[in-house]
Design a protein around this ligand. Structure first.
Ligand SMILES: [Zn+2]
Length: 451
């Protein structure tokens, strides 16, 4: 048994949301008890004690939408990259990258993104992989995730932008990975069927994806990040992107829709009716200049809204804080958005993770999976049940994370990854990036998309 204590405990469990000088006890992958450190020490005298030293103990965080592969370009300045639109940003950076990713690059990227996330207290990740030649890559990414010790839900985006053979191999990768998960199931791995976005998928390909999707497998895709989906769907089918997804059988209660910045009221009603999840990625949206997603409207309509990073960062706290800032900026009034950010981070993401990984994920309560993060957050001001969320949103830095437990196993202790050799992985990643950049420069820009 492991007992993590001696810190401010935020549980995200409505029955016992907070304990000053709190502790959590875990055994066999499950949380056994949460409460006061002194009481739990008395109750479990033989447990290994990990001292939070006055820091903040929280449930491991959940990232509802990210792209491991894009971590290879973090901080990289591409020659000639000066986009004037979302389309140019995608074509000039993401698509230029994903069509040249090797198998080794995908593995290096997964390690880099996962380690970065663990260092921010993130223990569950919904990844949206992109690769022109993806055979076997999801299994290799799953192996990297298992190696580090996190929970991942993986999907490989299908797109027509690489041509028929490419889309076919992406479809096959999703279907085969579903079987891989069935064979290698351990409660920390699951699969979704990845689609890029309506504007790079023909009706024929979408129909094929729906037909080939194994029963029970949900779709994970981008929707109306910019205006491209709406323009494409109006031109090709005469209906809105959400209506098109519904008509073709993509929209349903296991569907994860990222962005939804440019959706109409009618589309919001369709999405609400379908039971699909929406993921907001505020920093990515701001960075791409696509606008503010109407999160308050989604919530009013009864949609479960989650929070992701879209690969922009590994830090979910930074993402939540960014939402509060853009929300206030958008409203033109101070102090907006904290309730919605907390709702996405601690309710929407929990509902999503529970749907795919089972009950209790994202909460510290007896019987829940033992996913816990300890942050070196020691505020000068009082922290208690009434203001813990405010401390998390406006004081905490995700990168202050010190110790992480997943499924009852410590994977980071006092700032050091204990499951993998981080130094070796960093060296391998740097080498992969150097080689990749050389290939990208040598091969030039991405050809124009289909007409
Ligand atoms: Zn994305």
């Amino acid at each position: 048994m492991i007992l993590i204590g001696g810190g401010a405990l935020f549980t995200n469990d409505p029955e016992m949301p907070f304990a000053a000088n709190g502790a959590v006890a875990a055994e066999d992958g499950r949380i056994v008890a949460a409460g006061k450190t002194a009481e739990l020490k008395r109750a479990f005298p033989g447990a290994e004690f990990i001292d939070a030293k006055g820091g903040l103990i929280m449930p491991g965080l959940i990232n509802a939408h990210t792209h491991f592969y894009s971590s290879l370009l973090r901080g990289v300045k591409l020659k000639g990259f000066a986009p004037d639109s979302l389309y140019e940003a995608l074509a000039g950076r993401a698509w230029r990258l994903d069509r040249r990713l090797s198998f080794t690059d995908c593995v290096s990227a997964a390690y880099a993104a996962i380690i970065d996330s663990v260092r921010c207290g993130v223990t569950t990740l919904f990844d949206h992989h992109a690769c022109a030649d993806p055979a076997g890559t999801l299994g290799a990414i799953a192996a990297a995730a298992a190696d580090v010790g996190v929970r991942t839900c993986l999907a490989c985006e299908v797109s027509d932008r690489g041509g028929f053979t490419c889309a076919e191999s992406q479809i096959r990768e999703n279907v085969e990975f579903w079987d891989y998960c069935k064979r290698n199931g351990h409660g920390r791995l699951c699969a979704m069927f990845g689609l890029h976005a309506p504007f790079t998928l023909t009706d024929a390909t979408l129909r094929k994806c729906v037909a080939r999707r194994p029963e029970g497998m949900g779709f994970h895709l981008h929707l109306s990040e910019g205006e491209d989906d709406r323009c494409y769907c109006a031109r090709t089918s005469g209906v809105s992107p959400a209506q098109r997804l519904l008509d073709l059988g993509v929209l349903g209660p296991d569907t994860l829709l990222c962005h939804c910045v440019h959706v109409t009221e009618k589309e919001i009603a369709l999405i609400a009716e379908s039971g699909a999840f929406i993921v907001n990625a505020p920093q990515s949206n701001m960075s791409n200049g696509v606008g503010f997603a109407p999160v308050p409207r989604f919530m009013e309509a009864g949609i479960t809204v989650c929070l992701g990073t879209d690969g922009f960062t590994g830090d979910m706290i930074e993402s939540a804080r960014s939402y509060t800032l853009i929300r206030s900026h958008e409203a033109g009034m101070p102090g907006h958005g904290a309730d919605e950010a907390a709702e996405m981070l601690f309710s929407g993401n929990v509902r999503l993770a529970e749907r795919f990984f089972g009950p209790g994920i994202g909460r510290i309560k007896p019987g829940a999976p033992a996913d816990v993060a300890v942050f070196g957050y020691r505020p000068f001001t009082p922290i208690g049940p009434e203001n813990a969320i405010n401390h998390i949103l406006f004081g905490l830095s995700g990168r202050s994370c010190e110790t992480v437990m997943v499924d009852g196993r410590i994977i980071m202790r006092a700032g050091r990854l204990v499951t993998v050799d981080e130094g070796r992985l960093r060296t391998a990643c740097a080498a992969a990036v150097n080689s990749l950049l050389e290939r990208m420069e040598a091969e030039g820009p991405v050809p124009p998309l289909m007409a």
